[in-house]
Design a binder for this molecule. Structure first.
Ligand code: CUA
Length: 166
């Protein structure tokens, strides 16, 4: 047996050095993946508000007598509504024309769609999350408010009305 050549020892040392560098890079990437995964998993998508669907109708903001249109002390109009298989509650919303109306809506069971005909009001209602958006209704009259996300056998019967008042 001959003694290893000097250049072989240099090559082995270089390979070991690169193996350590690669291992460190992979380790760093894994730490980044785990950190960002845990970070984002700990908060809802888009940091929207969450709500316990089991408490809808029963307690908190979405109790029965808090649903529908409300005018706050500051004059701002808020509509709260719940979607469920296969209806909206309330079935008919009454809103004023020409002022911004803030909607706060959620679902008790499946994912529903919320849409007000001929407006830009269009949002998904996901159980556990409160969808919030603001819409202004320019014209007085009645609009249909269908569920536009397939939510089960009664989907096509799921719709309500919006009455825009002067
Ligand atoms: Cu609710 Cu489709």
């Amino acid at each position: 047996a001959t003694a290893p050549h000097a250049s072989e020892a240099i090559a082995v040392a270089a390979e070991r050095r690169w193996a350590i560098i690669v291992a460190l890079i992979i380790g760093l990437l894994l730490v980044m993946i785990i950190f960002t995964g845990v970070h984002w998993a700990s908060m809802p998508p888009s940091r929207v508000e969450t709500i316990d669907p089991r408490k809808l109708h029963v307690e908190g903001e979405f109790v029965e007598n808090n649903l529908g249109t409300a005018v706050g002390a500051d004059g701002k109009v808020t509509v709260r509504l719940i979607a469920q298989q296969y209806s909206f509650e309330p079935q008919c919303l009454v809103v004023p024309a020409g002022v911004p109306v803030t909607f706060r809506a959620t679902s008790t069971d499946a994912i529903h769609g919320f849409l007000v005909d001929r407006t830009n009001a269009n949002v998904m209602l996901v159980p556990g999350f409160i969808a919030t958006f603001t819409a202004t209704f320019d014209k007085v009259g009645e609009r249909v408010m269908p569920c536009h996300e397939y939510c089960g056998t009664g989907h096509e019967a799921m719709w309500g009305r919006v009455q825009v008042m002067a």
